[in-house]
Design a protein around this ligand. Structure first.
Ligand code: PMT
Length: 398
């Protein structure tokens, strides 16, 4: 495959030489593109020697003024490592003023970005917002590692290790395979809303992104997908059968009405655990300073599925603020699941609402697999990868 290796101007630029060599060792052709700042940190000659190709540093340094279009058309993947805060901002906001950025906007294939910068820069809201934009665009972000930084600070910002970046490139280059062909996956997503009166309800912060990412990944991998969705502001993936529900009781009904064809059930929805005991037919008036609500438990859909699952694979989720693994194992046992996906909630970059997640998979086999922070789509693919392994284990035992 032909890979564009974009190098932008940070102290980690010297590590890109090792990256170029690792990609070549994996059998790829590498076209290095250096920004002007990168060329201050490392010479184009280093990359020309390693890749055996002319290194591009300038939009106007060749006889062909359309070279950025030609390189975009000839390449299979664009990788930028290190990607500085400046490059991330230009990509996120559509600023095309050098070879690398014009190439990026002309390119239509997979993009992998490995940021590196000072820890305060990395944590800056503007950088994180730009990263979310790029993740939403479907790009792979290889998060930086934490440690001693060139500027003397300690924290997140070091360019990820070469093998981690190469792994991300290989994954992004692998075309989707229909490995879930023949499975019917029933997925629940989003929150439930438990009405209190005609204008108010109890709910939670679930956006549906994790469940919808699972639905998209499952359909891309050839599965039939039934998505039971609470109220969210997302467009359902194409090719998915969607059943819209509002309350936990409606979700329960939809799940059991559609259980029969399902071979895998994934309970990603954040079902409200309690609902008001009485739903007032009229808007509750503001007659006193304090109001007490009487709440009753909603049906525990996952627990009921655990009893009625038959030979289906059953995957639960657990939203936790601490002790991820212990809680995941507890839910795995008590709800009779094959796997529980525990995610950390209460942080801005994982769990509710964000475009990325960080989870621990607790499997019935006894394995515990931590998945570092990645886009919800990448996490979804890794969860489905484990579903496939569980299926293969079952077939092997028969
Ligand atoms: O939607 P996003 O903004 O992308 O956020 C994703 C997420 C954080 C909502 C998702 O990753 C997640 O963690 N979903 C499960 C949230 C949850 O309700 O966790 P829990 O630990 O309270 O519930 C455990 C399991 O029981 C879950 O599979 C849940 O679907 C299920 N449950 C819970 C209560 C209930 N009454 N019935 C259920 O079936």
């Amino acid at each position: 495959m032909r890979i564009v290796l974009g190098v932008s101007g940070g102290i980690a630029a010297y590590k890109s030489a090792e990256l170029a060599r690792a990609l070549i060792q994996n059998g790829h052709e590498v076209q290095a593109v250096l920004t002007h700042s990168a060329a201050e940190f490392i010479t184009p000659l280093t990359f020309a020697s390693l890749t055996g190709r002319k290194v591009i540093t300038d939009l106007f340094d060749s006889a062909n003024p359309m070279e950025h279009i030609a390189v975009a058309q000839e390449s299979d993947l664009v990788l930028v490592a290190p990607a500085t805060a400046n490059v991330l901002a230009r990509f996120a906001h559509g600023l095309a003023d050098d070879f690398l950025s014009t190439l990026y906007f002309a390119f239509r294939g997979p993009v992998v970005l490995a940021p590196a910068m000072n820890n305060n820069m990395w944590e800056h809201e503007a950088v994180q917002v730009n990263l979310e934009t790029l993740r939403r665009r479907g790009h792979t972000i290889v998060d930086p590692g934490s440690g001693f930084l060139a500027c003397g600070s300690i924290g997140p910002g070091r360019l990820a290790e070469t093998d981690k970046i190469v792994d991300a490139v290989e994954r992004a280059l692998t075309p989707p395979v229909a490995d879930l062909d023949g499975e019917t996956v029933l997925i629940t997503a989003g929150p439930t809303q438990e009405p209190l009166d005609p204008v108010r309800y109890l709910s939670n912060r679930s956006s549906g992104k994790m469940g919808y990412a699972l639905a998209q990944a499952a359909v891309d991998r050839g599965a039939q997908v039934i998505l039971v969705s609470g109220p969210v502001a997302l467009n359902p993936p194409k090719g998915v059968e969607v059943i819209h529900v509002r309350t936990a009781a409606e979700m329960r009904e939809a799940v059991f009405a559609n259980l029969e064809p399902a071979t895998v059930v994934i309970k990603c929805a954040a079902v409200a655990d309690f609902r008001p005991s009485v739903e007032s037919k009229q808007k509750i008036k503001k007659t006193s300073a304090r109001v007490s609500l009487e709440l009753e438990p909603t049906p525990d859909i996952l627990a009921e599925l655990g009893r009625k699952r038959g030979d289906r694979l059953l995957i639960g989720f657990a939203a936790e603020t601490e002790n991820l693994e212990t809680e995941a194992r507890r839910k795995l046992e008590t709800k009779n699941c094959d796997m529980v996906v525990a995610n950390l909630v209460g942080k801005s970059e994982t769990g509710f609402e964000s475009d990325s997640n960080e989870v621990v998979l607790a499997l019935r086999t006894g394995e515990t697999i931590p998945l570092p922070r990645a886009s919800k789509r990448e996490i979804a693919d890794q969860i489905l990868g484990q579903v496939l392994k569980l299926r293969r284990d079952l077939i092997a035992k028969q």
